[in-house]
Every structure is written in C-alpha cells, then in structure tokens.
Design a binder for this molecule. Structure first.
Ligand code: 3PG
Length: 214
C-alpha cells in the first residue's frame, strides 16, 4: 500500500480550494474532482468554513485525500484534524507548527523556497515540501538549484501553475505533485461549473501521465 504522500504524488496535481459556501458546494466539488481523476484536495483556511468543507468533502467522497491549506496556527491544525484532514499545508516554514504536526502524527508540507527553509526542514526530518509561491520564486530553475544541496526532498510547487506550465514541472522527478487553483477558481466554484472542473482535472491528469512517460 502506497503511503499517503505517494498516493498524492501518483495523482500529480492538488487542487487548492477556497470554499465560501461549503454547505452548498463541498460535496458537489468533491465529486467533480474525483470524476476528473483528482481525488485529492487542499482546502484552505482562507475561508471561515474550511473545517466544515473538509468534513463535507470526506463525507461525500470517503476515498478522497483531503488536506488543509493556509494553516497558520495550532488551533487550525486541531480543527483540520478533527474535521478529518489527512495532511496540513502551511504557506511558510514555522518550526512550531512543524513540531506540532509531527507530535500529532499528521503529515505537514511547509512552504519552503530558501536554503534556510530547506535546512530547517532537513533538521525536522521532512521529505516533501511545498515550494511556494512557485513561479514567483523562480519556478523549476530554482527548484533544481535547491535540489543540488538538498537532493533528499521532493517538492509540491504551488503558485502560478496552470495547464500551460504544468508539464514543465511534473516531468521532473523532484516534483511530487503540483498544487494549483486553476481548476477550482472562484468563478468555477461560485458558478457551480462542476463539469468544467472535472474537465480541467482530466486534462491535468493527462498532462501528468504524458509528462511522466516521456
Ligand atoms: C496557494 O495558496 O497554494 C496558492 O495561492 C495557489 O496558487 P495559485 O492560485 O496561483 O494556483
């Protein structure tokens, strides 16, 4: 049985979600993602109902891997875990939050872009990092440069990723998966455009498949 991080890596893309109306949209969104071959989500705590959204998505699609994003406090870690979150993503590297998640035995993907961040993650014994904000921090070139002194890490770049540049990331074995909101934009979710979301997921999965074959 693959570990959770391996399963996320096999899927190859992680939708980064902000849900303003979880009661209305969470279940339908979870089904749309799964139908598109992307049974994973990072539900951000940028929206007040994030924990509720996590709970509703897991209820609708129990096989789906649901994590919490934009986690800034230990209280949010607790709320995410209680709601059923299977991984935690933080925008930056916070040693206190990393230790807290490790103590709770929940996977944490801290946002890292600098040698200092990577070194701290190395000391904490982590293996997969969020590289955020990816495009704005130097994209794949920077990820490759960071991999020279830190070849032990796989990364999940997020920030500025779309169908246009997904391939350029996922073809590199340093990349565990790419995060992005392009398949779950506010317009798509608020417009309840579930078929479009499923279609964008299918296209993403196909890009990942082809990039990894080639
Ligand atoms: C995140 O929090 O991971 C990013 O805001 C997602 O970035 P994107 O909207 O550019 O995909």
């Amino acid at each position: 049985m693959a570990t959770l991080l391996e399963q996320i890596s096999q899927i190859g893309v992680v939708p980064v979600i902000k849900l303003d109306n979880p009661t209305r949209d969470a279940a339908a969104l979870a089904k749309a993602l799964c139908a598109g071959g992307v049974p994973v989500a990072e539900v951000t705590f940028r929206a007040a109902g994030a924990a509720e959204a996590i709970r509703l998505m897991k209820d609708a699609c129990p096989e789906m891997i649901v994590g919490a994003g934009t986690v800034l406090t230990t209280e949010q870690v607790d709320a995410a875990c209680e709601a059923g979150a299977q991984f935690i993503v933080t925008p930056g590297y916070d040693p206190e939050l990393v230790a807290y998640c490790q103590q709770k035995q929940i996977i944490i993907l801290p946002g890292c872009t600098t040698p200092t961040d990577y070194h701290a993650a190395y000391k904490a014994g982590l293996s997969v990092l969020k590289f955020f904000p990816a495009e704005q921090s130097g994209g794949m070139d920077k990820i490759k440069a960071m991999s020279a002194p830190f070849p032990m890490f796989k990364v999940m770049p997020t920030g500025g990723i779309s169908l246009k540049n997904l391939e350029s990331y996922v073809k590199n074995p340093i990349i565990a998966a790419c995060g992005g909101s392009y398949m779950v934009t506010a317009d798509l979710i608020n417009g309840q455009k579930w078929d479009e979301i499923t279609d964008l997921c299918r296209k993403s999965v196909e890009i990942v498949r082809q990039a990894r074959q080639g």
